[in-house]
Design a protein around this ligand. Structure first.
Ligand code: SF4
Length: 230
């Protein structure tokens, strides 16, 4: 299965203005026109990396006896930005498998969340909108969720070269319940670096120069635009 037109369409939409979209789209089309589609080759690497993340997370969670069962703070209300084309494409695979009714509902919710984020930004307040994919406290695309969703909640460290190690305490519920428990070493750095390296290789092979910075709501809206122009 070739995903090249998919990559082109998504790439063309990520970027903001219509003019920018047109420039990026034609540029990517030129670069990809004579190349095989790289997404299929990279997809397996991404799934393997997600498996490693899930394993590391599970090991730490088991150490603490931590089970996320939903909470008031809810990480799905946090406005995360996601930064990789690969994850954007992988999430779209899950989105494409939803029923038409669910897709319709999710697109509607994504627009509402995006509007609420914009209003919050304009007013200088922190948005706490529920992710459009969270329905009845359940992620509709759990198996396809991005890296940040997989790693949230457990205390961890970041050990970037040339910088002091940064420790993060985990989500509030975790902190309240397990603060006294010995820290289980969980260095996210290698996982971040592997993701960055994978994305870099994918973009190089795809001829993509544009950076990605999107919320889940924006990704969903991008999928809708993509499908409309098929
Ligand atoms: S993608 Fe799923 S896990 Fe991530 S914020 Fe949305 S509902 Fe939550």
């Amino acid at each position: 299965m070739s995903h090249t037109p998919e990559i082109n369409r998504i790439s063309s939409i990520i970027g903001g203005t219509k003019q920018k979209v047109a420039i990026i789209s034609s540029s990517i089309n030129r670069q990809l026109s004579s190349r095989p589609d790289p997404y299929d080759a990279f997809r397996k690497n991404l799934v393997d990396l997600y498996d490693r993340m899930d394993n590391r997370y599970d090991q730490a969670a088991i150490h603490y006896g931590f089970v996320c069962s939903g909470c008031e703070e809810n990480c799905c209300r946090t406005k995360f930005h996601h930064h990789t084309y690969l994850e954007c494409l992988y999430l779209k695979e899950g989105f494409d498998a939803l029923s038409e009714e669910n897709k319709h509902t999710i697109i509607y919710r994504a627009r509402a969340v995006h509007d609420a984020h914009s209003i919050a930004d304009r007013n200088g307040i922190v948005a706490r909108e529920m992710c459009p994919l969270n329905v009845d406290s359940r992620c509709l695309l759990y198996s396809h969720r991005p890296m940040i969703c997989r790693l949230h909640g457990i205390p961890h460290e970041l050990n970037r070269p040339g910088q002091t190690i940064q420790f993060h305490q985990g989500c509030n519920d975790f902190h309240d319940a397990f603060n006294a428990t010995d820290y289980y070493p969980f260095d996210r750095t290698p996982l971040y670096m592997q993701m960055a390296a994978l994305e870099k290789r994918f973009k190089a092979e795809s001829g993509i120069n544009q950076k990605v910075k999107m919320t889940i709501a924006e990704m969903i809206m991008t999928y809708h635009e993509t499908d409309r122009h098929r």
